[in-house]
Design a protein around this ligand. Structure first.
Ligand code: 2HG
Ligand code: ZN
Length: 446
């Protein structure tokens, strides 16, 4: 099989030495450690199709991978599998500044996509902390949400069409970018969020959003979580230019400042913080300041210039790397309905304490859409007791067990908490129809 794969992509792009494959077989957090028969790096859609046919002929299943920044073990392979890494499919083509569309290869990073959109006088509506490594393909596979979802929606909303290699090696290509096109099943929408289980997305036609160059960031401090959460919802209603509303807590801020050697943002300590960004075509500072006045914040820091804005964002975005310095975390990315969101903060800490008294729970996330990242450190990577306690609580409160990271291999045990037997049967029927031999990401989702 390795010989046949080498004939397709060239010897340089088939890796079998564990020294070389290691970076592709361990996830970003270090919690999920896999292996691989080979890591293959095809250059284009035709090579991906040939790789799929080769693996199928050898009865070897495939794990699809982009920037390997996923947080649910969805791109971590086993010793008898082939990793198909798509980072070389990194072309941005057919940029159309008049309609605000472009085509991006699966391996284009989210940061590069933003640059390409801005070069065309537009912007891309989805953004998140892993932007420098995460890829278009991975963001489609997981239907990534991120920090601007409250304004521009999720990745699926940006998707006009895809090119994809199916499990039988056939290629579907729908990159014309027609805005109105109700002609049968929306296959791009189906592949988006399917976590590589139905087909391998190799390129996407993406809708861009109008550029909003005038930006202001404010960090607000609150005496309690309830006031901070309510502030996020109030801003969502009162401030049409709201681009992001991100929440974190006192212990998370302490950890970030300690591990990254950052100066604290305020002289006093506060229980909860809300990082808010407003963006428009004219300066939104006065509008933001007026909205903030009504929120009951204990302290406020405002930044208009790019350097200072980035400094304020750092307190929020550095949570992921700061938590990793404590140890490989269990990550439970969940959404709660608005009415129970604030109470969830205490409830989840208590739920974890009950089953793992020595664990630490870190809470932060996208407050305005109810998405909280529950990170738990001090627990063995393989011990799923805390995962079970948190996800059962989330389901009992009417929430989602995966807001934006996907199910991967990490949460498939709990999929039944989020989907009815009839929904699961429909999902399995789709998988069976499109990938009857279980060739693509067989350990993911089900
Ligand atoms: C974020 O919002 C990412 O920063 C990562 O979704 C969340 O590290 C996490 O748990
Ligand atoms: Zn997030």
């Amino acid at each position: 099989m390795v010989e046949a794969l080498t004939a397709v992509v060239g010897a340089r792009h088939v890796l079998v030495d564990p020294e070389l494959t290691g970076a592709y077989t361990t996830d970003w957090t270090g919690r999920f450690r896999g292996a691989a028969a080979a890591v293959v790096r095809p250059a284009d859609t035709d090579e991906v199709a040939a790789v799929v046919r080769t693996c199928a002929a050898h009865g070897t299943s495939i794990v699809v991978q982009g920037g390997n920044t996923g947080l649910v073990g969805g791109a971590v392979s086993a010793a008898d599998q082939v990793v198909v890494n798509l980072q070389r499919l990194d072309a941005v083509t057919d940029v159309d500044p008049s309609t605000g569309q472009l085509t991006a290869g699966a391996g284009v990073t989210i940061a590069r996509l933003h640059d390409a959109a801005r070069d065309a006088g537009w912007d891309y509506g989805v953004d998140f902390g892993a932007r420098d490594s995460a890829t278009v393909g991975g963001s489609i596979a997981t239907n990534a949400g991120g920090i601007r979802l409250l304004r521009h929606g999720d990745t699926r909303r940006q998707l006009l069409g895809v090119e994809a290699v199916m499990a039988d090696g056939s290629v579907i290509s729908h990159l014309s970018g027609l805005e109105k096109d109700n002609t049968g099943y929306h296959l791009a929408g189906l592949l988006c969020g399917s976590e590589g289980t139905l087909g391998i997305v190799t390129a996407a036609r993406l809708r861009l959003v109008a550029g909003t160059d005038e930006r202001v960031v404010a960090l607000l401090a609150f005496a309690d979580v309830t006031t901070a959460v309510e502030a996020a919802w109030t801003l969502r209603h009162d401030l049409p230019t709201l681009d992001a509303a991100e929440l974190f807590l006192a212990d998370g801020l302490d950890l970030v400042c300690r591990s990254l050697d950052l100066r604290r943002p305020f002289p006093e300590h506060h229980a909860a913080y809300l990082l808010v960004e407003a963006a428009g075509t004219s300066d939104p500072t006065a509008e933001l300041a007026a909205a903030i006045d009504r929120l009951g914040a204990a302290d406020v820091a405002v930044a208009t210039d790019a350097r200072r804005r980035a400094e304020l964002w750092r307190y929020r975005e550095a949570h992921t790397e700061a938590i990793n310095t404590v140890g490989a975390p269990h990550k439970l990315d969940v959404t709660l309905p608005a009415p129970v969101l604030a109470a969830f903060f205490d409830e989840v800490v208590e739920a974890v304490r009950t089953v793992a008294p020595d664990a630490r729970t870190w809470l932060f996330g996208h407050a305005a859409d109810g998405n909280i990242h529950v990170n738990i450190t001090g627990v063995d990577p393989a011990d799923e007791t805390v995962d079970d306690a948190v996800l059962q609580l989330v389901a009992a409160r009417g929430g989602s067990i995966s807001a934006e990271h996907g199910i991967g291999t990490a949460k498939r045990r709990w999929l039944h908490l989020a989907r009815s037997p009839a929904e699961l049967a429909a999902m399995r029927a789709i998988k069976q129809a499109l990938d009857p031999s279980d060739l693509l990401n067989p350990a993911v989702l089900f």
